[in-house]
Design a protein. Structure first.
Length: 340
């Protein structure tokens, strides 16, 4: 019988600036992907791989995550939370969560979907006695993403910036020894790449502590980094699951005469008669009046706006540019920026 799987830390604390304005409404891991919050899809996958316990770190819009996840019953995984009053980063977050995790644990990005074989990753990690083992694939887009420089024997030699040297692609799934993070000061922000991992690479070699290795596979990788990435991921998952197109979220109403093409609708939205939406994202509580036509747009409900009054035919209230119905409308990816 195989050994029990170690717990997983799912990194869900980031602000998700590149996904704005969607992350004004929900934390990035709480956005729905083909009708199910991204974080629940990640937990579903962990449970299917035999992981029984997970820790989620929290900072930005934590209520939108805990409301969906609770203690993990919906995904069949026992969930605990690690609170970060200050955003602690890709290394500081794991250091903060060490008391919940034990001597070895998986670390999974909360903004991607990747079907890595966790048992194979773990076996490789155990065999090589590495401090950290990164799941990697062939690089899909070196001009956009940085990468991992991997030697022929699987050792990680360093990290490359986007557009740099030929590199493997890190898919956001790794397994680590708690000892790799233990010397970091608790409660202090710290990074892995450009910080802890670079220091580990400079530590003594061999097969002892300090070694970072790569586990190569062919995992599918779906990024939810920007609104256009998110839209593409929703459409891909819906097609894979036989939905055809992403179904509107709970409590939403789409008039029979409305035409939605490659469009995602969140919860409690109202899409009026004769609306035509193409390549759009309509977030929670947005009401679009009859005849609205949008392409490549993100619609976010304005705070305090009435449910369906502004912008409807016959309304005498002057509307500012970029407002339709009760929604603020921006181009897809207009708010993309740097940062977690």
């Amino acid at each position: 019988m195989p050994a029990p799987m170690p717990p997983a830390l799912v990194l869900t604390a980031g602000r998700g600036r590149r996904l704005a304005p969607l992350t004004d409404i929900r934390a990035k891991p709480a956005v729905p992907v083909a009708g199910r919050p991204l974080v629940l899809r990640i937990l579903d996958w962990l449970a299917g791989q035999g992981v029984e316990e997970a820790v989620l770190n929290l900072h930005h819009r934590p209520d939108t995550i805990t409301r969906s996840v609770g203690y993990g019953a919906a995904a069949g995984v026992r969930v605990r939370y690690s609170w970060e009053p200050v955003l602690l980063g890709s290394a500081g977050g794991p250091r903060q969560a060490l008391p919940f995790l034990g001597p070895r644990f998986f670390v999974v990005n909360g903004d991607t979907l990747a079907d890595v074989d966790l048992r194979a990753l773990l076996d490789d990690h155990s065999r090589t006695r590495a401090a950290v083992t990164l799941g990697v694939t062939a690089h899909p887009d070196p001009a956009r993403y940085g990468g991992v420089l991997v030697a022929a024997d699987g050792r990680v030699r360093g990290f490359a910036a986007a557009g740099g040297a030929a590199a493997a692609h890190f898919v956001g799934v790794q397994v680590a020894e708690a000892s790799a993070f233990a010397d970091l000061p608790a409660g202090q922000p710290a990074a892995t790449v450009g910080g802890l991992y670079d220091r580990l690479l400079r530590s003594p070699g061999g097969n002892g502590p300090g070694v970072i290795r790569a586990h190569a596979g062919s995992a599918r990788f779906l990024d939810v980094g920007t609104p256009s990435d998110y839209l593409a991921a929703c459409i891909a998952v819906a097609e894979e699951e036989g939905q055809g197109a992403p179904a509107p979220g709970a409590g939403s109403e789409v008039h029979p005469t409305a035409v939605l093409t490659r469009t995602v609708v969140w919860n409690r939205a109202v899409i009026g008669p004769r609306c035509r939406l193409e390549d759009c994202i309509v977030t929670d509580d947005v009401h679009l009046p009859a005849g609205t036509e949008l392409r490549g747009a993100v619609c976010v409900a304005r705070a305090g706006a009435p449910g369906s009054g502004d912008g409807r035919p016959g309304s005498r209230r002057p509307l500012p540019a970029g407002v339709v119905g009760n929604a603020r409308v921006s181009p897809l990816d207009a708010g993309t920026g740097a940062g977690p």
